[in-house]
Design a protein around this ligand. Structure first.
Ligand code: PXP
Length: 265
């Protein structure tokens, strides 16, 4: 199981002061030495964290393959094509969101997404689509010609947080549903089932399967244990943990949990 470490939040900290420190480029060697398999960054349209200068230096200097998350905005796609990272992961983007909120609607936006996939592939960039665990969306994803899907684990992570943590920032969307503990447990088990079945379905459709969003040191095991998932992309929890133990230890710890859960190393 591969681990892609999303380093956007290093740039979030830098942007809080609008200065040059911390520089996400400094994470590249540390991530490699800690056992990360990939660097993931998101070049957002609003450039709220990673900017064009970061992206070009990261692609140029990274000793690990770089997975660039991006929208299908034509200007962003032009930048990604000119940088030629190892992979582009297409994600939906809304200006007001705190983080990517849902998967791509590959059915309603099929033509635009298929064109983006084709354009990126012409530049020899592998393409992944960030999607909800839904058979119809995955079938449409395969039809676009994409190489891979990344299954959105956000709902699973939110339900897990509601059930097993007792902190003020419990996810609003789920909190507002006012579900009982038993109902939350049923939803959690359905979310896991949807992810597992979607991973099987996607693999049978010839897609490589990644997963990510909201994964942390508590909830990662159940996802890492799913046999058809070959890669996890994790950001927030690793960067948060690195405040206490340093980036290298935070990545090693996560990699250890993933290896333990999927019994591979
Ligand atoms: N995968 C995708 C497609 C994402 O958009 C993000 C968030 O940038 C992640 C994974 C990582 O999510 P988190 O920061 O919650 O680990």
């Amino acid at each position: 199981m591969k681990l892609g470490v999303n380093i956007d939040h290093i740039a979030v900290l830098r942007e809080a002061r609008k200065i040059n420190d911390p520089d996400p480029v400094h994470a590249l060697g540390i991530a490699q030495r800690a056992g990360s398999d990939q660097i993931t960054i998101h070049l957002r349209e609003d450039r709220r964290h990673i900017n064009d200068y970061d992206a070009s230096r990261i692609v140029e200097l990274s000793p690990l393959p770089v997975n660039m998350e991006c929208s299908i905005d034509p200007q962003i796609l032009d930048i990604v094509c000119s940088l030629r990272p190892h992979r582009a992961t297409l994600v939906p983007e809304k200006r007001q969101e705190v983080t990517t909120e849902g998967g791509l609607d590959v059915i309603s936006n099929f033509e635009a997404i298929a064109q983006a996939v084709q354009k990126l592939q012409e530049y020899e960039i592998d393409v992944s689509l960030f999607v909800d665990p839904d058979f119809e969306i995955i079938a449409a994803s395969a039809d676009t010609g994409a190489d891979m899907v990344e299954l959105h684990t956000g709902e699973y992570a939110n339900l897990y947080a509601m059930l097993y943590t007792n902190l003020p920032h419990t996810p609003h969307a789920i909190k507002e549903l006012g579900l009982s503990r038993q109902e939350l447990k049923e939803r959690l088990s359905k979310a896991l089932g949807d992810l597992e079945n979607s991973a099987i379905y996607a693999a049978q459709a010839g897609l490589f399967v990644a997963a990510g969003h909201g994964l942390n040191y508590q909830n990662v095991g159940r996802i890492a244990a799913m046999p058809n998932i070959i890669e996890l992309n994790i950001g927030q929890s690793i960067i948060a943990r690195s405040v206490w133990v340093g980036l290298k230890a935070a990545i090693k710890e996560m990699k250890g949990l993933i290896d333990e859960a999927c019994r591979c190393d």
